[in-house]
Each structure stands twice: as structure tokens, then as C-alpha cells.
Design a protein around this ligand. Structure first.
Ligand code: PLP
Length: 391
């Protein structure tokens, strides 16, 4: 069966699965061996070579989900991201990156690249022209993230893909926020797709994993670098991730729907000054998102207005958990200024539009009316004395 012709939920459920020939069980058997019979140098199996039966099965599923030829599974999103970047950058090279990046990626670049003699430029805007202006004769890679964290800005994937081709560069995207359900960057000309599978792919806040998906040809250096760096995922977790992916299509669809309803509700709310969600027609990236996304995703952000105390708001929530991570089936939220972006200098944070009143919200699959009720009561409880007295 041609797997690229199958629908999303069929790929999620079946593609890549291993047959249980002995017992005819319904799911892929788990092979935990780290030692396999030696056949010859080309076919020896070893977990760090990305070629155990369960790793290969999961790779087939993820490649099909991202509509490309192959995928590799890593022990974390950062293992996938760092391996892919180091595979394509060496001493003397330069990389152009979007400024609004996942904090761990930003730290990897700013804390490590100088030691390897790799130079970099962060691009403030999200237009292709902004990226082109940063390209130097040494540039080898363009790196983007869309929708971005935490303001959900949208970068034009087709324009970046074309720009990379024009200058003979490799383009990479962190597709974690969208997940393969909402966005397939390969279809828009991006070369290499990166994921923190800890988020929507895992989906239950209990797996740390990462993935890279691209053509066989572009994967060659990533495979070699990955084998040397050794950021692989143990087969037990590979198997759990395969199980999680079976429900990714329906999970993410439910999260998209909840996020859209929550965005509309917050947008109408008196105590909320701005809502950042690409599904709202007021969002600056809405038209672009409509063109390149199949769903607008389960993440949104909003600014509480002056009448609310953000700390009281967070402390008053009963159902929604204040939490560092995102994309689980349970709704979570956080204040980027206090958590994910706390290490940025205050000036840089404000520069990026991240105020102390900003809340980043990861929608789960709960009933939307219960989520709205929790937000409503927490906003009421968060009203500052001053605001109450002046009424
Ligand atoms: C969480 C995350 C990462 C890093 O993934 P880990 O699995 O924590 O290593 C990278 N990019 C984005 C957008 C993320 O949300």
C-alpha cells in the first residue's frame, strides 16, 4: 500500500507497524535487544545506529506523517535539533536563525556555537527579505520556527524555502508547535523538519523524544553525526511514542478546536487586552497561516489587562495547571516572562513583545465550557484591590 496516499489518521494508526508473526497480536511487538546477531558490517543492528526494529518502524510512521522519505528518532527535541545543526555546520560557517525561537535552541546557539567557530545572525522580522539581508558568503543554513513561541508569529515557509534554494542553503524548521497534523513544511519547500516529540507527538506529558524528517539524501550527514553524538532514544520509549502517535490526529484536532473557541472567548473578554492566535482574523499572520496550515494549532497567548494580577490569576486556577511544558492532553499555561523566557534580559523580552502580563496557554482536550469557567473564575479572583475599589 502506498503510504503517502493514506489519510492522516490511517498513517497515525498503522504506518510502519511491525507484524507480530508469532502470536498475531494487534500492536507492534517491542524488541528491547541492544545486541543482535552479527550478519555483516552493513546490516548489523544496534540502537545507536538508529536501526532497531522499533526505531525503523517509528521512523516510517514519522516520515509518512511529514510526507517525506525518511526520519530518525532522538532522545529529545534538543538532541534532534543540535544533531541536525551540527551535521550541516562546521568551523567557519554561518547560520541565519529566526529570533523568536524555542529558548533551548537559542541557548544552544548562543552558548555553544562560538566554541565550534560557527557564527550566527538572529533575524528580528519574519519576512523573507529580513532573512536574505542576513545571508553572508559563509551562510550554510536558514533556521525557522512557525508558529513561534510564545506570540505565535507566522513565517512564510514557501518564501524561506525558495530563498534557501536561491542561495544554495539548507533550510530547517522546528515544526513542534504545529505538529505534522497542522503543517507539513516539506510540501512548502523546506528541506529538514525537526520535532520535539515531547510535545504533540507524545501528547501525554510523559515522553521525552525528538525527531528529524527529510529526504534520504539530506539525512546522510545527520545520520553520521547522530551516530557519533549518540542522542538516541531507548526502544521502550520508541514503542510508547509509536502508541502515542496512533491518537495524534484526533488529539490535535480536538486541541485545535478548543484553542479556536478559547481564542474567540478571550478576544471578547473585558479583562484581556490582546489575544495571539493565528486562527483569529485579527492576527497579523492569519492569511499566511490559512495558506500554509491545515489547522491553527492548540497554542495561544494573551495579555491580561491592568485590572488583573497575573500571579493571582495563575494561583486561582482550579482545573488548568500552571506548567512549564505544553501540548499534553491536559490544558496548561505559564507566564513566559517568569519561565520559558525568564533568562532573557528584561529589555530583550519587552523588545520581543513579551510583557509580564502575557500568558501562554496550551489547550488540552477537556470540555471547552469547563475550561472557560476555570478561566472566568480565575480572572475574577485576580482583580487587584485597586481595580475593585475604583469600580
Ligand atoms: C520543547 C521544545 C523543544 C525542545 O524539545 P525537548 O524535547 O525538550 O528537548 C524544541 N522546540 C520547541 C518548539 C519546543 O517546544
Amino acid at each position: 500500500m502506498k503510504h503517502d496516499k493514506l489519510g492522516l489518521n490511517t498513517i497515525c494508526t498503522h504506518t510502519g507497524e511491525l507484524e507480530d508473526a508469532t502470536f498475531k497480536g494487534a500492536v507492534s511487538p517491542l524488541y528491547m535487544s541492544t545486541s543482535y546477531a552479527f550478519e555483516n558490517v552493513d546490516t548489523k543492528r544496534y540502537p545507536r545506529y538508529f536501526n532497531t526494529p522499533n526505531q525503523e518502524a517509528l521512523s516510517r510512521k514519522i516520515a509518512a506523517l511529514e510526507k517525506t522519505e525518511t526520519a530518525l528518532i532522538f532522545g529529545s527535541g534538543m538532541a534532534a535539533i543540535s544533531t541536525a545543526l551540527l551535521a550541516y555546520l562546521k568551523s567557519g560557517d554561518h547560520v541565519v536563525l529566526q529570533q523568536m525561537l524555542y529558548g533551548g535552541t537559542y541557548n544552544f546557539v548562543t552558548e555553544q556555537f562560538q566554541r565550534y567557530g560557527i557564527s550566527y545572525t538572529f533575524v528580528k522580522g519574519s519576512e523573507a527579505d529580513d532573512f536574505e539581508a542576513a545571508i553572508t558568503p559563509d551562510t550554510k543554513v536558514i533556521y525557522i520556527e512557525t508558529p513561534s513561541n510564545p506570540l505565535l508569529t507566522i513565517t512564510d515557509m514557501a518564501a524561506i524555502g525558495a530563498l534557501a534554494k536561491k542561495h544554495d542553503l539548507v533550510s530547517m524548521i522546528d515544526n513542534t508547535f504545529a505538529s505534522p497534523v497542522n503543517q507539513n513544511p516539506i510540501e512548502f519547500g523546506i528541506d529538514i523538519v525537526l520535532h520535539s516529540a515531547t510535545k504533540y507527538m507524545g501528547g501525554h506529558s510523559d515522553i521525552l523524544a525528538g525527531a528529524v524528517a527529510c529526504s534520504e539524501e539530506l539525512m546522510k550527514p545527520i545520520y553520521l553525526t547522530g551516530r557519533n553524538l549518540g542522542g538516541n532514544l531507548s526502544d521502550y520509549t520508541v514503542w510508547l511514542l509509536e502508541r502515542s502517535l496512533k491518537t495524534m490526529g484526533i488529539r490535535v484536532k480536538a486541541q485545535n478546536e478548543n484553542a479556536m473557541k478559547m481564542a474567540e472567548y478571550l478576544d471578547r473578554h473585558n479583562s484581556v487586552s490582546t489575544v495571539y492566535y493565528p486562527g483569529l482574523s485579527s492576527h497579523p499572520g492569519h492569511q499566511l497561516a490559512k495558506k500554509q496550515m491545515k489547522g491553527y494549532g492548540g497554542m495561544l497567548s494573551f495579555d491580561l489587562d491592568e485590572s488583573c494580577d497575573p500571579e493571582k490569576f495563575r494561583d486561582s486556577l482550579k482545573l488548568i495547571k500552571p506548567s512549564m511544558s505544553l501540548a499534553g492532553i491536559e490544558s496548561t499555561l505559564l507566564s513566559p516572562a517568569k519561565t520559558s523566557h525568564a533568562l532573557l534580559p528584561q529589555e530583550e523580552r519587552v523588545n520581543q513583545g513579551i510583557s509580564s502580563r502575557l500568558i501562554r496557554f496550551s489547550l488540552g482536550i477537556e470540555d471547552i465550557e469547563d475550561l472557560k469557567a476555570d478561566i472566568e473564575q480565575a480572572i475574577k479572583a485576580s482583580k487587584t484591590e485597586m481595580a475593585v475599589n475604583s469600580k
